[in-house]
Design a binder for this molecule. Structure first.
Ligand SMILES: Cc1cc2nc3c(=O)[nH]c(=O)nc-3n(C[C@H](O)[C@H](O)[C@H](O)COP(=O)(O)O)c2cc1C
Ligand code: SF4
Length: 601
């Protein structure tokens, strides 16, 4: 549990944290997190001391602390309760539960209680959509919230019971693996893939990765072999491997499961990448919401060091490689690879101007490969079975298998692995739909919303590419409310670096609020299209480029959900909704899967 700081405690805790991190400014995120854990918040005196100790301007340190929603530069409650607010949590009743908790604690959402004991608020999707409604208490995940748990939680908070003494079963996070294929049924022993790659040699192994057709699983689908080859060839003092485990896209939780039950495979994939590109250091960037995994992951790393799969002389060769774990602090944008690198360097997570790309100038300005958790795990299959074997799985342009995080209106939410090319209808059949299907949101808010008449479409780069989210909505759901939730997600998560996205996402969220209140008109819909055009062309990164996708998709496919909210259909003389929609679809290429790929990164 968090404790408030006193100057006396500060004088002993902070120096120890700073010393543990070698007074290294690139470790600022870890220093801030650990200090906050010890002190309760990051006071001005603490920030001054940290800035002095790491040799960075105070404004810079304060800028980093202020950027991340999990850092607090003002006192906060002993208990900080954050309700996951993805649409799937809402469908499971998170709002009612949050209101009930607030009523029991006599406080308003977003406010600190008068005695300074507790605050209750919402946060973006916490990656527990298969076992929601979920909540973070002092950043520890609690799943499957119910009214009974709300009652008990209010009591525990009122009695100031330390978090360590709360019922252990509340903190259980299940894997919910429902379908395994080549990756989840890999059958590899730790070190097997690494030994196979090292027997081939680095250059030949990269050729094998190229031959496999492996493409990135983080959204953009870039060729992994090409990325590794470019990085290997780039000059630099050191090369780095970064595993992107930020997993912030609402509805996605497959990386959580890989890191829980397949950590060896992920770390082995990172080591393979290190061997291929000539790196001796790997960094796992794990989203702050998954901090509960830390001890288990450190234990796997320790075992791999003991087994000579990490460290100085891996498998008795001259290859040296080790892995460090870094944590995010509640910023979705840090999933974007250059923002993630900024965060790793202890800065606010704002996307860099590219080029240069990370493969030539990444972490600390050095050549860096950034790969998604699933991509790195899949590389182990290529190392063991060869590129030709892997290329035969899936479809012509989408080799291998894909993990889907299935949630929403289904009987069996969880992880489903399929060879690429599986139809949406097949996935729905396997996960057991509970009612007639209205829509499936594939790849999260920035992805594609498909309707009833498109269920024969396939999950693959040729048709619907996805980073993994698969949220199902039955006929009782209001698709306007789905898009409304996503609009607020983007407004909350815009990093604010460029004006079109910073302002545009706010305007779109307000327009959706207006429509939700029954105060909207066709003029507002027209404004939404204008914002979409502006943000698509002028945003600095994929977040701004894709932020209006949910509105355009649902306006196109579920128009009545909007029309019944309009005050007057002829408010703007001559405004033609259908013509505006068709123009928007042409502009954005929403029928073209490759356009999504280009927009995703
Ligand atoms: C706004 C935004 C968020 C992203 N979030 C993630 C993420 O959570 N995990 C991820 O692997 N890639 C994410 N990406 C894509 C990364 O920038 C990058 O393409 C990816 O990590 C590369 O790995 P891959 O080639 O293995 O897919 C995101 C991109 C954008 C624009
Ligand atoms: S598009 Fe949005 S998230 Fe991306 S850099 Fe601009 S403000 Fe930040």
């Amino acid at each position: 549990m968090q404790a408030s700081s006193s100057p006396l405690e500060l004088s002993t805790t902070l120096p120890a944290i700073l010393a543990r991190h070698g007074h290294d400014g690139t470790r600022l995120m870890q220093i801030l997190r650990e200090t906050q854990e010890a002190e309760g918040w990051l006071s001005p005196a603490v920030l001054t001391e940290i800035a002095r100790a790491v040799g960075r301007p105070r404004a810079e340190v304060e800028g980093t602390a202020a950027f991340y929603s999990f850092f607090h530069t003002r006192p906060r409650g002993k208990y900080c309760v954050l309700w996951s607010d993805n649409i799937t949590d809402r469908m499971l009743g998170n709002r009612e539960l949050m209101q009930a908790l607030c009523a029991k604690l006599w406080l308003e959402p977003g406010r600190l209680s008068e005695d300074g004991l507790v605050s209750v608020n919402t946060t973006s999707c916490t990656g527990m959509c298969d076992q929601g409604p979920a909540v973070l208490v002092n950043y520890r995940a609690i799943t499957r919230m119910t009214m009974d748990r709300v009652d008990a939680m209010a009591e525990l908070i009122r009695n100031q019971v330390p978090l360590a003494d709360w019922p252990a079963e509340w903190f259980a996070v299940e894997d919910n693996i429902r379908r395994k294929d080549a990756l989840l049924d890999h059958g590899l022993a730790p070190g097997e893939a690494l030994a196979a790659a090292m027997a081939r040699g680095a250059a030949a192994f990269i050729d094998e990765i190229k031959a496999s057709g492996l493409r990135g699983r983080g959204g953009a689908g870039f060729s992994t072999g090409l990325k590794w080859a470019m990085c290997r060839d780039a000059p630099g003092d050191a090369h780095y491997v970064v595993c992107n485990a930020d997993e912030g896209e609402p509805g996605t939780f497959k990386d959580r499961v890989l890191l829980t039950s397949y950590a060896d495979l992920v770390f082995e994939g990172m080591t393979l990448a290190g061997y291929a590109i000539g790196a001796s250091k790997g960094l796992l960037y794990l989203r702050g919401e998954y901090r509960y995994m830390k001890d288990a992951l450190e234990a796997v790393l320790a075992r791999r060091r003991a087994d000579r799969l990490l460290g100085a002389k891996i498998l008795d060769s001259d290859f040296a490689f080790d892995i460090e774990i870094h944590f995010g602090a509640g910023a979705y944008i840090c999933g974007e690879e250059s923002a993630l690198i900024e965060s790793l360097e202890g800065k606010p997570g704002r996307p860099r101007i590219r080029p240069p790309f990370p493969v030539t100038s990444g972490y600390l300005g050095q050549p860096t490969v950034v790969n998604n958790v699933e991509t790195l795990a899949a590389a182990c299959l290529v190392a063991s079975h060869g590129g030709a074997w892997y290329a035969k799985l899936g479809t012509a342009k989408s080799a291998g298998t894909k993990l889907l995080s299935v949630s929403g209106d289904v009987e069996r939410p969880g992880i489903y692995e399929y060879p690429y090319g599986v139809s949406v209808a097949q996935v729905l059949q396997d996960c057991g739909v509970t009612n007639c299907i209205q829509a499936v949101q594939v790849s999260g808010p920035s992805g594609v919303c498909i309707g009833q008449d498109e269920l024969d479409r396939r999950i693959c780069f040729e048709d619907i590419p996805t980073a993994g989210a698969f949220m199902v909505f039955d006929c009782t759901r209001d698709m306007f409310e789905v898009a409304h939730n996503f609009a607020h997600f983007f407004a909350h998560e815009s990093c604010g670096f460029c004006t079109p996205c910073r302002v545009g996402t706010q305007i779109v969220a307000r327009l959706m609020d207006k429509l939700a209140a029954g105060q909207g008109s066709p003029y507002d819909i027209n404004e939404m299209f204008n914002m979409h055009r502006l943000m698509q062309g002028a945003s600095h990164c994929g977040l701004g480029n894709t932020a209006c996708n949910p509105m355009i998709d649902t306006l196109t496919k579920f128009k009545p959900a909007y029309e019944r909210r309009l005050k007057s259909l002829d408010f703007v003389p001559g405004f033609d909704l259908d013509a505006a929609l068709s123009q928007a679809r042409q502009m954005t290429g929403r029928d073209d899967a490759d356009a999504h790929l280009a927009g995703a990164d």
